[in-house]
Design a protein around this ligand. Structure first.
Ligand code: M6R
Length: 594
């Protein structure tokens, strides 16, 4: 949601903070700022992108500093609302990610006590509370201040007279990058990959003192040891590698993401025959919970688990999760979140935990919050995803969900082998679509001219259509809606015009004939129809305007291939429209507010 960084060590902090903030910009990008400590605190902040701020901001000195890239929640996008925020004395600077729910009351009380506020943010109350409690011990003051706060936070505090940073975490991610005579703090590991791959993941309730050569962490007043872990990603993984955008690079990394995720084992998942025998926590149904693109992966997972395992499976948008709709202990709850930090998903999982349900997380990020609140974790192996639009992590989530379904299913050896063989062909088939990029790009450029588009699919292709529409709208700002193809005649037909393209997903599965009927009904009303159809489908071309050819695959696996084609369509439409593809307006990569 916002990106936080901090540095203490022997080097000038400013260049490190600016470099690290650029790596975190995908978390928020409406304004940014830094503060460094020399003899006193110096602060610099502004609205706009970090890259421009880095070019234009004045040099400030100091070997300790903090920085922030913002995604506005409280208060509009202004320089005053950008972080860091200071107390009245100007000696305490705070950067914060999260939401302080009781900030208005705190602000009113502090105002009565004589504190003067310079911003509309919730964060500023933290700086003033620390000032209120400060009596020479910064950590003590931070600790007392945070007991007054309800809500979520990752906080880094820098203060005059202290060579260390004080850090704290409650439901918002915060990691410490461990260096040699220097240490780094950040919202996620991507920020300090240039400097170190050694990381400590803070946990809820942790408060720490980070100095150049030591890190001390307490929780509930007790000193705690948090194990250091090695980040499995390299600096190159988090760079564009010659691609114009991270999104394009990440689209091209999908064959590798499937291969790597396929290779990862899921040892704790057992075939249903064995699960049925464990009477205590017998599996009765499965509930998948997620948001956005991960929710779409869940919808496809529902279909696949339902088909292969014949276990009642439901999917819920995490923010709509109602703990009353799960049968105690017998519902397996699977949370899907590439970042592992989405507040809505984490809250739903916590509810599930409190009701005694077995919980499993599917995530791409080691050390993320979801890994700490679920009993078991399946890691997708996509490498870091920087573009705000989820692409390779979605494909890897599908890989994990299909692997899980195949592992649980009671299939005969022949059927199991046949699915596994098909699964293994996916990386090369995705590659074939990528090799056809130029043709899809041309259709994407044509799509750029429209203001509205519909994506339609049936069966397993309906959630694929939802994902296609989401990709197009979030990066090109073209209004796009997804419909189950059979539903579009029940109202949306009123919106069809010759300049409203319809993207129809038409794999050769049991919905194919019905899909052709829908396409004919749509066509009769004037719109241009772009079909995603199997490479050997001769029939469809007489009914549509454009056919994007998709390699032949068992229809159950068609979501992998159709999604990649739609990602390219969206990418090239957005590029033609000159959009900021990796950092779309108003969005952030990781949504850590409810
Ligand atoms: O990190 P998560 O998978 O939990 O994120 C969920 C959504 O915020 C995310 O998928 C969002 O919809 C993407 N930006 C879409 O491309």
């Amino acid at each position: 949601m916002c990106g936080i960084v901090g540095y203490v060590g022997y080097r000038e902090a400013q260049p490190i903070l600016l470099e690290s903030l650029q790596r975190l910009e995908y978390r928020g990008y409406d304004s940014c700022g830094i503060a460094t400590l020399n003899d006193s605190l110096t602060m610099s902040k502004d609205v706009g992108r970090v890259v421009d701020f880095a070019k234009n901001s004045p040099k400030i000195h100091g070997k300790a500093g903090i920085g922030h890239t913002r995604w506005a929640t409280h208060g509009t996008v202004t320089s005053a609302n950008a972080h860091p925020h200071l107390d009245c004395t100007g000696n305490i600077a705070v950067v914060h990610n999260g939401v302080i729910e009781n900030f208005q009351k705190l602000r009113d009380d502090l105002t009565k006590e004589g504190h003067r506020f310079n911003s509309d943010t919730d964060t500023e109350v933290i700086a003033h509370l620390i000032e209120k409690y400060y009596q020479g011990d910064l950590k003590e003051a931070v600790s007392k201040a945070l007991t007054e706060v309800t809500g979520t936070y990752a906080v880094v505090v820098l203060a005059k007279g202290h060579k260390d940073l004080v850090v704290a975490r409650q439901e918002s991610p915060l990691v410490i990058g461990v260096g040699d005579k220097e240490n780094f703090v950040a919202s996620d590991v991507a920020a300090s990959l240039d400097y170190t791959d050694r990381t400590i993941y803070l946990e809820d309730g942790d408060i720490g003192i980070v100095s150049p050569d030591s890190i001390t962490i307490t929780n509930n007043g007790q000193t705690v040891k948090r194990e250091e872990q090695i980040v499995p990603w390299s600096v190159e993984d988090a760079q564009k590698a010659g691609y114009e955008h991270f999104m394009l690079k990440e689209i091209h990394e999908q064959p590798k993401a499937i291969e790597n995720t396929l290779r990862a084992q899921i040892p704790f998942i057992k075939p249903l025959t064995i699960l049925g025998a464990e009477s205590e926590k017998r599996l009765e149904d499965i509930m998948l919970i997620a948001c956005g693109t991960s929710y779409h992966a869940g919808l496809i997972g529902e279909y696949v688990i339902g088909k292969l395992c014949r276990v009642p499976t439901r999917v819920k948008i995490a923010s709509e999760f109602d703990p009353n709709c799960i049968a105690l202990e017998k519902t397996w709850v699977l949370g899907i979140s590439q970042s592992g930090e989405t507040t809505d998903t984490l809250r739903a999982l916590k509810h599930a935990n409190s009701r005694g349900c077995p919980t499993i997380g599917i995530t791409n990020v080691q050390g993320s919050s979801i890994t700490r609140i679920t009993e078991q974790v399946i890691f997708t192996q996509s490498g870091p995803e920087i573009g705000v639009a989820a692409t390779k992590t979605f494909i890897a989530q599908l890989t994990a969900l299909y692997s899980l379904a195949l592992k649980m299913a009671q299939l005969d050896v022949k059927a199991q082998e046949s699915y596994q063989t098909e699964f293994k062909t996916l990386p090369s088939k995705v590659q074939q679509i990528l090799d056809n990029e130029e043709q899809i790009a041309e259709y994407g450029r044509q799509l750029a001219k429209c203001d509205n588009a519909f994506f339609v699919g049936r069966g397993i292709s309906y959630p694929v259509a939802m994902e296609g529409a989401l990709k197009l709208k979030e990066i090109s700002y073209i209004h796009a809606e997804a419909y189950a193809a059979g539903e579009i005649k029940h109202g949306p037909f009123a919106l069809l015009r010759s300049n409203t393209p319809i993207i129809a997903i038409a794999p050769r599965d049991n919905t194919y004939d019905a899909m052709l009927t829908s396409i004919k009904e749509i066509k009769a009303r004037g719109p241009q129809v772009i079909a995603l159809a199997q490479e050997d489908d001769e029939e469809i071309q007489q009914f549509v305007d454009i056919v994007i050819r998709i390699p032949k695959v068992d229809p159950l696996f068609s979501p992998f291939l159709n999604t990649v084609a739609m990602q390219l369509l969206a990418y090239y439409a957005a590029k033609e429209r000159g959009c900021a593809i990796d950092l779309p307006v108003n969005l952030a990569k990781s949504v850590t507010v409810p």
